[in-house]
Design a protein around this ligand. Structure first.
Ligand SMILES: CC(C)(COP(=O)(O)OP(=O)(O)OC[C@H]1O[C@@H](n2cnc3c(N)ncnc32)[C@H](O)[C@@H]1OP(=O)(O)O)[C@@H](O)C(=O)NCCC(=O)NCCS
Length: 211
């Protein structure tokens, strides 16, 4: 299986959106309510694709895709942290790999390549929030050398979601999962990144109102 890891471009947006929504629905069935799965797919897709094409605009963000035979089969993105909740310089958005190709090393390569890109943008540390019930994702992040650094409660529609912070205090340790191709080493500086959790802002607002 030949997999190419490369910077995402605006031309990839539709394919990334489809991938993220499909994998997100499969992953969180039984964890999030059917209502949230049915209504939050667009914000989840938007959150992920807002990173695309931003590596050259001075934002310090990076969006990468894994491509197989011309098809986007994986996505990872990150950039400067917007709040201090993780205690790291950069935040990583939840990565996604097409279900049929999971457990074949693609997610690890994407995360390693993302670490290279974030370091090139000047970041030394990074982390992400993962729903605790997504046991596989927490195990994946820990297998990649991430450290559990904290927990928080958040809202996804009517569902209270416990999340785990997994961090890499030294991003260089994550780079070992991918050799650095020249195409990924271009960096940019700046600020601004979406929150790393999967919960859309409007869902959070509704949960607070309900509560
Ligand atoms: C999580 C995800 C991105 C991982 O990608 P992947 O391509 O399946 O992972 P890889 O095959 O690259 O695994 C990399 C390492 O993590 C380990 N790993 C992956 N999943 C694991 C699991 N469920 N339990 C334990 N270890 C795991 C692998 O064994 C491998 O380590 P090794 O080389 O020492 O064996 C992918 O499974 C996915 O898209 N899941 C659904 C969406 C999701 O949950 N995203 C993450 C939200 S934070």
């Amino acid at each position: 299986m030949s997999i190419i890891i490369r910077r995402a471009t605006p031309a990839d947006i539709e394919a990334i959106g489809r991938l993220v929504i499909d994998v997100w629905r499969e992953t969180y069935r039984g964890i999030l309510s059917d209502y949230v799965l049915a209504t939050q797919t667009v914000p989840v897709g938007e959150r992920s694709i807002r990173y695309v094409g931003l590596d050259s605009d001075g934002s310090g963000r990076a969006a990468l895709v894994a491509e197989r035979a011309g098809t986007i089969v994986g996505f990872a993105a990150g950039g400067p942290a917007t709040d201090g909740s993780l205690g790291t310089e950069a935040e990583i958005a939840p990565p996604y790999v097409a279900r049929r190709l999971q457990f074949r090393g693609i997610g690890g390569r994407l995360m390693g390549a993302l670490a290279h890109a974030l370091i090139a943008s000047g970041h030394k540390s990074a982390g992400l929030w993962i729903p605790r019930d997504n046991v596989a994702a927490v195990a994946f992040a820990r297998a990649l050398g991430g450290t559990v650094a904290g927990t928080r409660s958040t809202c996804a529609g009517e569902t209270m979601l416990e999340e785990v912070a997994v961090i890499w205090p030294d991003l260089a340790e994550l780079t070992v999962w991918h050799a650095e191709p020249a195409a990924l080493s271009r960096g940019a500086r700046g600020s601004g990144l979406a929150a790393p959790d999967i919960v859309a802002a409007d869902a959070l607002t509704r949960c607070r109102m309900d509560g």
